[in-house]
Design a protein. Structure first.
Length: 116
């Protein structure tokens, strides 16, 4: 009886050995996925660094290099341009050096003129 058990166990182990040769290695699959993920992450980081460098270079350029006005603007035009850029009336008044009431009046006039 023990002989049959030993033979059965040996036969079972041989079958398991053959099955292990044909079965896919899950660790290998995970390693390949990890390599792909690492590679794509490195590529994304490189692209982000490249964009960041370009932005830094843009910021380091002097304002005169990238803003070259072709003509001088009147105070009213400057106020309206700053307003269109999203600055508050208080910020515009401080930047231009006019009282806020005058800035409000100029913006209202320019808005009325543009609506027509």
């Amino acid at each position: 009886m023990t002989e049959y058990t030993i033979f059965a166990l040996i036969g079972f182990s041989i079958i398991l050995l053959f099955v292990s040769f044909f079965r896919k290695d899950r660790v290998k699959e995970i390693e390949e996925q990890l390599d792909q993920l690492t590679l794509s992450t490195m590529q994304e980081i490189y692209q982000i660094k490249k964009r960041l460098k370009a932005l830094e270079e843009e910021l380091l350029m002097s304002e005169e290099d990238w803003i070259k006005p072709t003509h001088t603007y009147s105070k009213q035009e400057k106020i309206f341009l700053l307003y269109k850029q999203g600055l508050s009336n208080e910020q515009i008044a401080r930047q231009i050096g006019l009282p806020i009431e005058e800035v409000n009046m100029i913006i209202q006039r320019m808005m009325a003129r543009n609506e027509k």
